[in-house]
Write a protein that binds this ligand. Structure first.
Ligand code: SF4
Ligand code: SF4
Length: 363
């Protein structure tokens, strides 16, 4: 269920879109270098040390947005790294359900079960789109509105704790992807991935009619299976609901640069007017996303932890040091054949932060 926020409500909450861009909660300046705090100590203590340098920005009820790892994935951020931070802040761990078919991560209860099984049993967990989604004005090139989990509005401060690693379409996945795809409802994820009609293979259909009854666009017919592209709104519910996986995400239906532009637009809409802090953990750097149960083993050594109040700066600093450590100009271009650098350029061009940063080693 979508709860629409009117433009009037948005302006009341943020002080107008233009003013929201200048909110002191996010660094939007283009000239001065932003501070990024770094440690090579990838441990609970290391995370607390870098967080200590940005903690003054924390207020009110705190959420830590993270990824609990797909079943079989070994490389997600481990619970022992976040436990003490969550305890100190009395924080809730937040996540959203996924678009692809997963035994665990399509539904709130099983998603939380998997998180507990992976060791995230020390803090409350909120699957923020389980009760519905909200519509947020975007005023972008690709989107006039974006769709995020409804419970985003339950939190005064959101710390994006992001695993910095590879991604097949985005080159790498870090904070920008954790904010955009990570906070999007299934409807929003579909809009991000595609343009946006699911692929389908009608030979697997058992005529249960669940897709037909749950399609908000009334776009599906099943004798034979067909989607009317004029009616499909790209919500992705047929992908989640079909018991025989007739439908699939059209992952490759949008070019990689457009996909990255979309991620940046979503990130802008999600962050504006919200107190957002960013911690990247560049460890267990697989070339694959944490959604992959089969993710390949890390292709390089661990790099460290980065914290900032500036989304662009924390991504740029993380990518630069990954490249330097791996000894190439673009590590993800080399291993994934996709450069993730355009994500950062797009986010910068949208005013989401500084390309200039000052890396401060906290030991
Ligand atoms: S949900 Fe899947 S199996 Fe059921 S009717 Fe639709 S396509 Fe066929
Ligand atoms: S993506 Fe949504 S609107 Fe499109 S066919 Fe599937 S359920 Fe219907």
């Amino acid at each position: 269920m979508t709860k629409k926020i009117t433009r009037r409500e948005f302006i009341a909450a943020t002080g107008s879109f233009a003013v929201a861009m200048a909110l002191p909660r996010i660094t939007f300046g283009k000239d001065a270098a932003s501070e990024v705090f770094y440690t090579g100590d990838i441990s609970s203590e290391g995370i607390l040390r870098v967080f200590d340098r940005i903690k003054d920005r924390v207020s009110g009820k705190v959420a830590i947005k993270m990824h609990f790892g797909e079943e079989g994935n070994k490389y997600y951020i481990k619970p022992e790294l976040v436990k003490e931070l969550a305890r100190k802040l009395d924080a809730t761990l937040i996540e959203t359900n996924v678009l692809y078919v997963s035994k665990w991560r399509n539904e709130k209860d099983t998603h939380i079960q998997l998180a507990r099984k992976h060791g995230f049993d020390f803090a409350p967990i909120d699957i923020i789109d389980a009760e519905g989604e909200i519509e947020i004005p975007a005023e972008g090139k690709h989107y006039q509105k974006v769709y995020a989990g409804a419970n985003i509005n339950e939190y005064d401060t959101i710390i994006y704790l992001s695993h910095f690693k590879g991604h097949g379409m985005a080159g790498f996945g870090g904070a920008i992807k954790n904010v955009s795809m990570g906070m999007a409802s299934v409807h929003g994820k579909m809009a991000l991935h595609a343009s946006a009609v699911p692929n389908y293979d009608g030979s697997k259909c058992i005529r249960c009619e669940m897709c037909v009854g749950n399609c908000p666009g009334e776009a599906i017919t099943i004798r034979p299976v067909k989607i009317d592209p004029e009616k499909c709104i790209g919500c992705g519910s047929c992908i989640s609901i079909c018991p025989t996986q007739v439908f699939d995400v059209p992952w490759r239906s949008t070019s990689q640069n457009i996909f990255m532009e979309r991620l940046a637009e979503y990130a802008r809409a999600v962050c504006y007017g919200r107190n957002s802090l960013f911690i990247n953990v560049a460890a267990d750097i697989s070339r694959d996303c944490d959604c992959a149960g089969w993710a390949r083993k890390p292709f390089m050594e661990d790099v460290g932890v980065f914290a900032s109040t500036d989304l662009v700066a924390v991504e740029k600093a993380s990518l630069d040091l990954v490249n330097k450590t791996y000894g190439v100009d673009d590590a993800f271009l080399k291993v994934n054949s996709v450069s993730g650098a355009p994500q950062i350029d797009f986010a910068h061009s949208l005013g989401l932060g500084n390309m200039k940063y000052k890396l401060i080693d906290t030991g």
